[in-house]
Design a protein around this ligand. Structure first.
Ligand code: GDP
Length: 395
């Protein structure tokens, strides 16, 4: 059986186990390394070859993107990762890193429960870091931090251990100040801030494919001293093999981001203003695959063969071919032609997609990004407002 087919089968087996699912987004200020990091994760999960990672090809599905060198469409990909002897399904939504596409970032946040925020160690938190954090927190999405380009501190800027520690701690405290300012009115500020000790902060180099976190140091025995030594000695391949970035990040995702069963009871009251005592509210909170079908469309893509594809989060029920579903704001129903999941830039058809997953659906001809699609008429989800920000020109 081919590698790809094997991965699809693994994903399908895990789709029915919401406890083992993590729906995540990676978000960053432009050029901080989101695409390079994503490629690392895909390579780590066996989706693309190790050599291709870092060449920014896997997620850049639109020709336009390759030309511009920025990620435009929020592409989606599912992968599996074994953490503590349990296989996990990770549904990753790629978010555009450019200010002009802020609306897409916000929509992507609706579909996920965790956001990995990538910050360049040299530049530190930048305006779009703030915007993506705001978008995540407003949606009740838990942030974690990855400080990228640490190789530059070591090899290029020749920083010593103390200087480097000071710089990294200041990036973390800047990010936590932003988070604290945005969560003042939320239940527990500490639940949202990131912490090295708790393992919600990772460090590394997406370009050279190594990474480190407090839990990874315990697992691999590789600490910052070892890393600095090897990076300086140009032993980057060895560093990658000893403490691969994809493991550090995917372990962090499995350990710290909430699964849908944990996330939905907290997120549904934030994003849906319907009757919270109704059966529908209960099935959404419970991630009940036997409940009424509720899908929130977060992206519409075009497939040259299949036409329009609606991608979104299934909050309740199970999506299947042939279902007749209501689309919010329109009259009548649309018939589901096919359901699938994403593998890299491609869609893979599957029999069904249950609650807690991110699905790719054809046949929803009236749906737009932001539509609520359901098997019963219902109060639609809150609209996804675009958080605007000043236009920043790329230097
Ligand atoms: P994005 O705009 O956030 O998707 O950023 P990219 O992944 O496209 O990376 C922007 C630039 O930074 C590219 O030239 C990458 O090769 C480079 N880059 C990414 N990660 C690292 C890293 O860890 N170290 C160094 N030195 N460069 C990196």
């Amino acid at each position: 059986m081919g590698r790809r087919k094997k991965i699809v089968e693994q994903c399908e087996r895990l789709m029915d186990k919401p406890e083992n699912i993590r729906n995540i987004a990676i978000a960053a200020h432009v050029d901080h390394g989101k695409t390079t990091l994503t490629d690392n994760l895909l390579a780590g999960a066996g989706m693309i070859s190790d050599d291709t990672a870092g060449q920014q090809l896997a997620m850049d599905t639109e020709e336009d993107e390759q030309e511009r060198g920025i990620t435009i469409d929020a592409a989606n990909v599912s992968m599996t990762h074994e953490y503590e002897d349990t296989n996990h399904l990770i549904n990753l939504i790629d978010t555009p890193g450019h200010v002009d596409f802020g609306g897409d970032v916000t929509r992507a946040m609706r579909a996920v429960d965790g956001a990995l925020v990538v910050v360049d160690a040299v530049e530190g938190a930048m305006p779009q870091t703030e915007t993506v954090l705001r978008q995540a927190l407003r949606e009740g999405v838990k942030p974690a931090l990855f400080i990228n380009k640490v190789d530059r501190l070591i090899s290029e800027l020749q920083e010593g251990p103390e200087e480097m520690q000071k710089r990294l701690l200041s990036v973390i405290s800047d990010v936590n100040d932003l988070i604290a300012g945005m969560t003042e009115d939320m239940d527990d500020v500490d639940d949202w801030t990131v912490s090295v000790e708790e393992g919600t902060v990772g460090f590394g180099s997406a370009l050279y494919k190594w990474g480190v976190s407090m839990p990874s140091m315990q697992r691999t025995g590789m600490d910052f001293g070892d890393i600095m030594e090897m990076e300086r000695a140009d032993k980057r391949q060895e560093l990658h093999e000893k403490t691969p970035l994809s493991n550090v990040v995917l372990d962090m995702v499995c350990e710290h981001f909430p699964n849908p069963v944990k996330a939905q009871p907290m997120r549904i009251p934030r994003i849906w203003r319907g009757d919270d005592e109704s059966e529908l509210a209960e099935t959404m909170r419970m991630v009940d695959e036997d409940g009424e079908v509720v899908l929130m469309v977060t992206d519409i893509g075009i497939d040259p063969h299949a036409g329009e594809i609606a991608a979104g989060r299934v909050f309740s029920g199970t999506l299947e071919k042939g279902q007749e579903l209501y689309v919010s704001g329109t009259a009548g129903k649309n018939r589901v032609q096919s359901v699938g999941i994403y593998m890299g830039g491609e869609r893979e058809e599957v029999e069904h997609v249950p609650a807690g997953n991110i699905a790719a659906v054809t046949g929803l001809k009236d749906a737009i990004a932001g539509s609520t699609v359901s098997s019963v008429e219902m109060t639609p989800f809150e609209s996804i407002d675009h958080i605007s920000e000043p236009v920043i020109t790329k230097s």
